[in-house]
Structure formats: C-alpha cells, structure tokens
Ligand binder design. Structure first.
Ligand SMILES: Cc1cc2nc3c(=O)[nH]c(=O)nc-3n(C[C@H](O)[C@H](O)[C@H](O)COP(=O)(O)OP(=O)(O)OC[C@H]3O[C@@H](n4cnc5c(N)ncnc54)[C@H](O)[C@@H]3O)c2cc1C
Length: 404
C-alpha cells in the first residue's frame, strides 16, 4: 500500500505502545486519518516481541507514579481484551521470594506498596507456604501475588494492528522514519519509502524515541541506553522444577527485577533476563555492535556517573552473561536443584532505558508534549501490561493538546 501524501496524525513505531496509542486515538476520534509508520517488516519486532510475556500486577511501583496507575488500569483492561479476543492468557499468579534476612525489610516495603497500589490478592507466606505454591523453591519468606499473569504480547500487538485497520487507520511496515521537518502546520516525515505530511505526531519509537524526538526538533534531556536481557531456557525434562513465575526481591537501586523464572504461555520455562549494556540499540548479542550507537552510548551525558554508581552490579551481570555456571548459581538462590546442565540458551530482549544527565536511570514512564506532538520518551516494563492505559491516556489528552 503506497503512502498517502498526507494524514491527520502519524504514529512512529508499531510496538505495543504505538499500536495501543493509535487504536485508542481512533476510538476516541472516529474518522481521524491516522498512519502508523514502522521501520521493521512486522509489528512488535523489538521490545514488545522479545519480552517476558508477563502481565504485571503493579506490585513494585511507587504509589501515585504513572507506572503504578497505568499498570493497574492497563492490567485489568488487558485481561478483558485478551479474553474478548480469544488470545491465550493465564492469570497464574507469581511468587516473590526472600532468601536472606537482609531482604525482609524490602519484602515488607513491597507488600506495603502492593497494598497501596490496590492489590487485594497479596498473601505473605512462610517457607511452607512458599513450597505449597512452588515445591522447588527454598526461601525464608515471600509474597504471593494472585493477579499476575502471562500472555503472548506479539499476539496482542497483532490484534491491536487489526483493530487499527478495522477503524480506518493504516499500518505501514518497512517505513522507517529518517527525517522529520516541522513546518508550522505539522510535520513532513521522510521515510525509507517516501514522504508523508502529518498535522500531528505521536512518537512511540522505543529504543529510538530520543532520536525521533530530536528529528522532530525537540531537545530531550534523557538519552536511551540499551540494556540487553538474556534468557536461558529450562530443558524440558527439568521443567517440573518450576510451576509458574518465581522472582527474587529486587534491588531498589536498580530498575530491573533480577533474574527470575517465567513460565511462557506456550509452556516453556525461561530463566532471566539479566541486564548487560548492549553495544547497539538493537544489540541482541555481544557481536551486535553499531559504531554510531556505541559512541553515543559511551558519550551520553550521565553515562560515566551511572557506570561509577553501578559498576559492581554491571560487572556481575557481564560475568553471568558470559558464564552459564554463574547464571545457574544466581538461579539456585531461588530453586536450589537447578544445575548448569538444565539450562540451554534462550532469546534476548533489549530494554530502552532512559538515562538522565545526572546518571539517574529513569524509573517512571515519560510522556512529554511538544507543539502538535506527543513523545513517549520512556516506556520500560510494565509498559506492555499498561499499553491499553497508556494509549487511552494519550488519546484523552489529545483532544486538548492537539485540538482534535
Ligand atoms: C527483556 C525484556 C523483558 C520485558 N518483560 C516485560 C513483561 O514481562 N511485561 C511487561 O509489561 N513489559 C515487559 N517489558 C517491557 C515491554 O516489553 C516494553 O515496555 C514495551 O514493549 C515497550 O513498547 P514500545 O512500543 O514502547 O517499544 P518497542 O516494542 O520497542 O517498539 C518500538 C518500535 O518503534 C520502531 N521504530 C524505532 N525507530 C523508528 C523509526 N525511526 N521509524 C519507524 N519505526 C521506528 C521499532 O522498530 C519498534 O518496532 C520487557 C522488556 C524487555 C526488553
């Protein structure tokens, strides 16, 4: 389908956030002439298609934050959506396990946050309770979170793309946006397959969101730093060691959750992901090196401060990435029977982590406005869970901000 000359609104990025935003904009503003532009030849090619597939509960997030509010709203909307659309999912619950006395205050804080975030199906467990849920787990205390679930986010993203087309919008795959010229009436977007004029712009470019914002004339202070999360798979004869989702108590200084076990909707058990600095914005392996990205990563304002703050954690993550025995050792803290030989290589995802100039890893979602535009500058986990709510919040603000 060739690009039209102009549309009312262009969304950059057909990840789950761009698709959910486009879908919600069309629902709120019927008749809107909308195009989603995606660089890859399929939707959900990056973070959305390489994530853990967890429908998060909202346990971890600071009460009142965007993450807390939108995760809670998005989770229930997502459960309703996948049920209606017949997309396989399971509300299987998850276990957060403390294995050391020193983790107990953090577990208390998680429970407090969970309750403040409206989770009613939280249950504090002792060692026996932990084993009732997960016989392979050894821990001193834990939390059972009943409303956590699993789903295939690629299937969800595909369904969103179908909704967009059914509502009169268009999704242009293999149309990477290379340049954007604001012209007072909107934007002229140069794509890999032609030019498109749009009165309004919604930037949901994930790992490239800061670049797309800069192309559109903005000067965002945050930069995206890519962190790869690598998975191992539990070999099938050992899958009985894990029934569902088993997480450690996370380190609150770090935005990632620590290596954990996740049952996938297809029945496989994944272990991971870890978090290592990627050498390209789409750096799925150590050998994926993009010189432009690498120079930008290393010279990003705040990078040095971040590195000096987290180098110990970062080094441990790199060692775990290079050594399966060390990976297995981290997993044994939760499930002692895990052996190195139980693990085989799995896939990887790359997180688009926004970094502030003072070296702080941005924690909350960041959605900024500019004349005629929205920029989703940071949509880390749980943005897949929260996608329907993120889309609705952009659509709700679009009336006032864009004058739709
Ligand atoms: C390892 C890992 C595990 C995770 N686990 C979970 C989980 O279990 N549950 C959960 O809720 N969240 C999870 N997340 C987070 C979640 O996957 C992301 O928050 C979410 O997918 C972000 O969606 P997005 O649309 O913003 O980004 P993406 O899915 O990355 O989409 C951005 C899109 O923009 C396109 N694009 C970029 N630049 C351009 C351009 N110039 N022109 C056109 N297109 C462009 C890209 O090709 C891409 O398709 C995880 C993330 C990772 C990486």
């Amino acid at each position: 389908m060739p690009l039209p000359e102009s549309v009312d609104l262009a969304v950059v990025g057909a990840g789950i956030v761009g698709l959910a935003s486009a879908r919600a904009l069309l629902a709120a503003h019927p008749g809107l002439d909308l195009a989603v532009l995606e660089a890859e030849d399929r939707p959900a090619a990056h973070q959305t298609g390489n994530n853990s597939g967890v429908i998060h509960s909202g346990l971890y997030y600071r009460p009142g934050s965007l993450k807390a509010t939108l995760c809670r709203r998005g989770r229930e909307a997502l459960y309703r959506y996948v049920e209606e659309r017949g997309i396989p999912f399971e509300r299987c619950g998850k276990l957060v396990v403390a294995t050391r006395e020193s983790e107990l205050p953090r577990l208390e804080e998680l429970e407090r946050r969970g309750r403040a975030n409206g989770l009613r199906d939280l249950c504090r467990l002792g060692p026996a309770g932990l084993r009732d849920h997960e016989p392979g787990v050894r821990g001193i205390s834990g939390l059972w979170v009943g409303c956590t679930g699993i789903v295939d986010y690629v299937a969800v993203a595909r369904a969103f793309a179908w909704d967009i087309r059914a509502a009169g919008g268009a999704v242009y795959l293999s149309h990477g946006v290379r340049a954007i010229r604001p012209d007072g009436q909107g934007f002229v977007l140069e794509t890999s397959q032609g030019r498109l004029r749009a009165r309004y712009l919604v930037n949901c470019a994930g790992a490239h969101a800061d670049r797309v914002a800069r192309l559109a004339g903005e000067r965002p202070t945050t930069r995206i730093v890519p962190f790869r999360g690598e998975y191992k798979l539990l070999r099938s004869p050992r899958r009985h060691l894990v029934r569902g989702l088993i997480y450690p108590v996370p380190d609150p200084r770090f935005p990632f959750l620590g290596v954990h076990f996740t049952r996938r909707i297809d029945g496989g058990i994944e272990a991971g992901p870890n978090a290592v600095l990627a050498l390209a914005r789409h750096g799925y392996r150590w050998t994926d090196v993009n010189p432009r990205d690498l120079v930008e990563i290393l010279t990003t304002p705040g990078m040095l401060r971040m590195a000096s703050r987290y180098w110990r954690t970062g080094l441990a993550e790199v060692l775990r990435s290079l050594s399966t025995p060390l990976f297995a050792r981290a997993l044994r803290r939760l499930v002692p029977a895990i052996r190195t030989s139980d693990l085989e290589p799995g896939g990887a995802g790359v997180r688009a982590q926004a970094l502030d100039p003072d070296g702080t890893l941005a924690d909350d979602f960041r959605i900024t406005t500019a004349p005629r535009a929205f920029h989703v500058l940071s949509a880390p986990s749980p943005a897949a869970t929260a996608s329907l709510a993120i889309g609705e919040s952009i659509a709700a603000r679009a009336g006032d901000h864009l004058g739709l």
